[in-house]
Design a protein around this ligand. Structure first.
Ligand SMILES: CC(C)(COP(=O)(O)OP(=O)(O)OC[C@H]1O[C@@H](n2cnc3c(N)ncnc32)[C@H](O)[C@@H]1OP(=O)(O)O)[C@@H](O)C(=O)NCCC(=O)NCCS
Length: 177
């Protein structure tokens, strides 16, 4: 049985494992090894994850994990970016467990929290060319808005992120809640 729950300190190694494995599986052919290693080093250290599961707020709603048999098989997190706009900051499923509904369950849980914080609209950034992510968001009703530099690029790196958006109308909220 898969449970969707708020993460605590017991999940930080599982979150790191899923995110790092998914990071390589998703971006290995899209981004440089140097960029990927830099991002993993920035985001998925035990120290940072511990702080991130201990501290939640309107702007960082806290990690949500999909757990099966005590093992983290997916993770995501969102937060508010303005009065009534929320964002999905991260969403990864175990690369061997894609298309089983895990991403949908986590997205729904993140979205439900954002709606509780007052979100009427939702945003997500996806790396340009990410064919493992973009069709998922399009299936969930997100529309492409614009292209930006990818997070944290340095001189000589030309990676782009696509910003996607959807409205969280009453109908949508009703289907989630
Ligand atoms: C994106 C991701 C989290 C989605 O989670 P998932 O568990 O695989 O997705 P689900 O099984 O819940 O899929 C939901 C819907 O999206 C569709 N979908 C998901 N990925 C798809 C793909 N690559 N191509 C086409 N459709 C896709 C599914 O068909 C499904 O629609 P359905 O319910 O009508 O059949 C997961 O695939 C993943 O980890 N991808 C790699 C990492 C990534 O890109 N993360 C997003 C970074 S912004």
């Amino acid at each position: 049985m898969i449970t969707i729950q708020k993460a605590n300190h017991e999940h930080i190694h599982g979150i790191a494992k899923v995110c790092i494995a998914s990071y390589w599986a998703t971006y290995g052919d899209l981004l440089s090894t140097k960029y990927i290693e830099r991002m993993i080093q920035e985001f998925y250290t035990p120290e940072r994850l511990l702080e991130e599961v201990m501290t939640t707020s309107r702007f960082w709603n806290g990690w949500i994990v999909a757990v099966e048999g005590g093992k983290v098989i997916g993770a995501g997190v969102g937060g508010m970016i303005s009065e009534n706009h929320g964002e999905l900051f991260v969403l990864y499923a175990n690369p061997d467990r894609r298309k089983e509904g895990i991403g949908s369950m986590i997205l729904d849980a993140v979205t439900k929290e954002l709606i509780e914080y007052g979100a009427k609209e939702q945003w997500v950034n996806v790396t340009k060319g990410n064919i493992k992510g973009i069709p998922f968001y399009e299936a969930k009703g997100f529309d492409f808005i614009n292209e930006q530099d990818e997070y944290g690029v340095i001189e000589g790196e030309d990676f782009k992120a696509l910003r996607y958006h959807r409205f969280l109308n009453d109908l949508h909220a009703g289907s989630i809640l």
